[in-house]
Design a protein around this ligand. Sequence first.
Ligand SMILES: Nc1nc2c(ncn2[C@@H]2O[C@H](COP(=O)(O)OP(=O)(O)OP(=O)(O)O)[C@@H](O)[C@H]2O)c(=O)[nH]1
Ligand SMILES: [Mg+2]
Length: 274
Amino acid sequence: MSIQWFPGHMAKAKRLLSDQLEWVDVVVELGDARLPESSRNPLLQQLLKGKPKIILLNKADLADPQWTEVWLKELRKENPVLAVSATSGLGVGKIVPELERLMADKQDRMAAKGVRARSVRAMVVGIPNIGKSSLINQLIGSPKAKTGNKPGVTRGNQWIRIHEKVELLDTPGLLWPKFEDPDVGKKLGAAGAIRDEVLNLEELSEWLLGWLKEYYPATLQRYTQETAQLTLEEIGRSRGCLVKGGQVDILTAAHIFMREFRSGALGKITLDRI
Ligand SMILES: Nc1nc2c(ncn2[C@@H]2O[C@H](COP(=O)(O)OP(=O)(O)OP(=O)(O)O)[C@@H](O)[C@H]2O)c(=O)[nH]1
Ligand SMILES: [Mg+2]
């Protein structure tokens, strides 16, 4: 499966991001708790070199809590990290105190030089559809930033004050031009970071089905008790995706299967293993 996923607006997003970087004190990097490793953009790690950073594993409400604990421990070796859910608000209250803690040294140094303390400026970055705008809305308690259930909703940069002492910059989602590991592309597709229009949903669903059989067979009991033999065709049949002559409409079955996975209807699932 080859995926064409670095459109023009993403090259523009990269430029916007590098332009803003010099105004920013600290970076809030959003990862997906379902793929704590695959959702971290290597291009970003290059662009952000040296900036203080906090990592948030968002959509923790959809991830396997046992694996979230494992990943928090792993990522904490290099950066402060929190598990959050931008939509339910879980963990979100810890973000501002963490940003203040991270910035305390710099502000003390500025105060020592007699520079009057100003707001902390934080930039929210991450792959498309990960919940950057939702997080900002959750922090301010109102839907000021536009959100949507598909990648590519935010197109420009937008500063929003979330606290008396903290301003946040919303940025468009950013992917990188080449996935070294083909599974990374599939996982990002499954999580919803890549537009469905450029994915082969049938192939992606076959892959996900195989993966779930291996790691989370119980989640497939929603479709049948005999999960080892389950096919996409059977999923389609169980959901009534039939065309004339009783054939299963496989593409519709794939859409339904992906939608159920992405919404959490199959259960709490983490796709990255250490
Ligand atoms: N279950 C769950 N859904 C979430 C969470 N955060 C965001 N979402 C959903 O994910 C979708 C994308 O959210 P956005 O905030 O628009 O994502 P974004 O990162 O700003 O996306 P772009 O602007 O396209 O890069 C929306 O349907 C949100 O409701 C979360 O913590 N849990
Ligand atoms: Mg957005």
